[in-house]
Design a protein around this ligand. Structure first.
Ligand SMILES: NC(=O)c1ccc[n+]([C@@H]2O[C@H](COP(=O)([O-])OP(=O)(O)OC[C@H]3O[C@@H](n4cnc5c(N)ncnc54)[C@H](O)[C@@H]3O)[C@@H](O)[C@H]2O)c1
Length: 252
């Protein structure tokens, strides 16, 4: 059974800790101690107010569900403490210096960095971009204005440009664009739309390349307990953890 330590006890953290299937939660950490303590009361795992104490506990993989800044602050330390890491705030890896440092550290300590599919589908087979020509990747994301911190009354283009620029402006909202870029090893063009008529997060992905073309639309239902979080993102972490120990590996 895989043992995890949970870094970030917010919306996604709560779903992970309350659906322990194929893994167990051994330790909780959040920069806001009351978040970790509240989740401890629900799931029974011990909360730690000190990061070093948290990371010294006996578990196999640290599951990050906190923020891009938390990845910058803790990911190297996680690996140095002999733990694998699962990174949901994958936007942190858009900085190539940081990404290389992290990968080198993982190599040095013989540990893995897992990136879940998050709030999209199709990430697995996009890795063909690492061995075959990709011509273009466009991600059109539509969210409610509130979730983007905007106040608009009509559908409005909030950003158009490259993924690594978009994540700087919207670090909480466009992690999937960085995941796409990493999987395919190719630039991702992003259009981010604020639409007062939607209450779901919608991702339209268009890819062309030597393989042909793919158009994928993912309409994310909000989490049952918290509308701000795409349920699929939390589910993708649960399925990754459940399958870690499985002898049958599905997907490229
Ligand atoms: N890859 C994807 O598709 C995808 C999808 C959804 C969410 N996310 C990302 O996952 C992360 C968690 O999402 P959420 O909805 O649970 O967010 P949330 O705001 O509900 O919870 C985040 C928790 O992490 C804690 N935290 C934040 N920064 C921290 C730090 N530096 N150190 C320790 N704790 C810290 C917060 O106090 C909070 O309790 C976010 O960064 C979000 O952008 C990624």
């Amino acid at each position: 059974m895989v043992r995890i330590g949970l870094l970030g006890c917010g919306n996604v953290g709560r779903i992970i800790a309350t659906h322990q299937d194929g893994f167990t939660v051994e330790a909780l950490y959040d920069r806001l101690p009351d978040h970790a303590e509240e989740l401890a009361r629900i799931c029974g795992a011990p909360p730690y107010a000190d990061f070093q104490e948290f990371i010294s506990q006996d578990f196999d993989i640290c599951v990050e569900a906190a923020s891009v800044l938390a990845v910058r602050e803790y990911a190297l330390k996680v690996l140095e403490n002999g733990k694998n890491i699962l990174i949901l705030s994958v936007g942190a890896l858009s900085d190539s210096y940081f990404r290389k440092a992290l990968i080198n550290k993982a190599r040095e300590y013989k540990k893995k960095i897992h990136i879940p599919s998050g709030a999209i589908m199709g990430l697995d087979n996009l890795k063909v971009g690492q061995i075959s020509r990709i011509d273009s990747i466009l991600l059109k994301t539509t969210k409610s204005p509130e979730s983007l911190g905007m106040q608009v009354t009509t559908r409005t283009l909030a950003f158009r440009g490259k993924a690594n620029e978009c994540i700087k402006q919207f670090p909480k909202n466009i992690n999937v664009s960085v995941a796409l870029a990493l999987a395919a090893e190719h630039d991702v063009d992003v259009e981010l739309w604020a639409d007062p008529a939607v209450d779901q997060n919608i991702h339209d992905i268009y890819v062309t390349g030597e393989f042909g073309e793919a158009n994928i639309r993912v309409v994310n239902h909000p989490s049952p307990e918290n509308p701000a979080t795409s349920y699929l993102a939390a589910l993708s972490v649960l399925s990754l953890l459940k399958n870690l120990d499985s002898p049958l590996v599905i997907g490229s």
